[in-house]
Design a protein around this ligand. Sequence first.
Ligand code: F0G
Length: 482
Amino acid sequence: MPEIKFYARKAVPVEMHKVKIVQKLSLLPARERLQRMYEAGFNTFGLHNSDIFMDMLTDSGVNAMSDNMQSAMLRADDAYAGSETFYRMRDKLEEIFGIPHLLPAHQGRACEHIIAQHFVKSGNCVIMNYHFTTSKAHVTRLGGHVEELICDEGLITKSQNPFKGNIDLDKVRACVEKEGASNIAYLRIEAGTNLIGGQPISYANMKAATELAKEYGILTVLDASLLQDNLYFIKTREDAMQDKSIREITRMIADLFDIVYFSGRKFGFGRGGGILIRDEKIFHDMEDLIPMFEGFLTYGGMSVKEMEAMIVGFDETMDMDVISQAPQFIRHCVNALDEMGVPVITPAGGLGAHLNAREILSHVPAEEYPAGALVAALYLCGGIRGMERGTMSEERNPDGSERIASVEMVRLAFPRRVFTLGQTEFVIDRVKWLYDHRHLVGGLKFTHEPKTMRFFTGKLTPTSDWPEKLVEAYIADFGEEG
Ligand code: F0G
């Protein structure tokens, strides 16, 4: 989507697609939303989809498909072994990434499981620019540990830095010297760094980091789940790359890595995943794990219909019109909130708009999960479902104390090609209302706390009757039905 110029109006993002199929939404009355929030244990993962107006939990597996993706599903070749769909997928990925071997897996974390299972031994270190919940959990489950060596700017919430996802090369060198290269299972670079606000990493930084790894003989792994946003940002923010096409940039990035894996729920707009492996021996050494954990080697737990759709989705990801949509909507939302004084993570990244819950709810103690409270409050104030990305998403320290997240955020994801500008304006309006009434929001505490990834299935309760008071204030301004 090129920047379309406006004549008489303030410029807004313009979609380069039209809507052909729609799903009806409903906005429950505010008091009913309060009831649903109690039933969900004040955890937005526990809500039913039918109780939600704007589902901004994630962009994972909920992106709109194009007409071409849907029609491709009809030619899916169902076979337990040897499906033609698999070979088409492998060939398309080789065409785009230039990497010949593909291990299919049912989603991104399944790829992480297989990679960690093969490479991580107890006591090993995995270096990352920043962790993602599942990518870290698979390493620690095997007795490994993760070193997150993000540049200092990455954790500064308000910034002009165009590439806050960059890894700090001095810290990488120091870490390798300290751990010893042979103890490092791999270097994992995450494109579009999820947990710090979908912030991109520059091509120059990826090149330097992978060269450093190669100097020490360390395996390099790219998590390409959010590559589409990162490609958009490299194209629009990295001077040296402006005259390269998206395909050329993708190939240049892939050339730096030994292994590239992705969640097809994001990359490819479908539901699946895959691991691309350059070295034939490593590929054969790893392949036994696929039939054991995922499915036979030519479907890896995926539906072949989804695989066919993703093959088209991969090509669409190489189209600047397609990959510009989310970053432009996100920028519109982030800039509007920023101008109204709402603390947001800047610059706007990919994936979603990110609210700085630590600042918005500075009166809520870190141990009472400000981001968890803010995301619950936002559902009460407009039926908007976001995701907590802060201390609740961390695991406790071994001594039981809270590991306070470096960044305490609420993420409002923008699934691709799904929401309209009118809906985006509604979200901006309700976030601003909530910001102006933030003093009404209190904390949360766990009533059921799973040990691993508690943010998925944990249940919480408010520390006072703040949700009731918030809903009454909301009804006073918007009425029962708003
Ligand atoms: N890597 C990154 C960078 C991700 O954002 C995700 C998923 C995964 C790996 C795992 O992929 O979900 O297919 O198993 N992120 C989703 C999200 C869950 O909501 O941000 P998956």
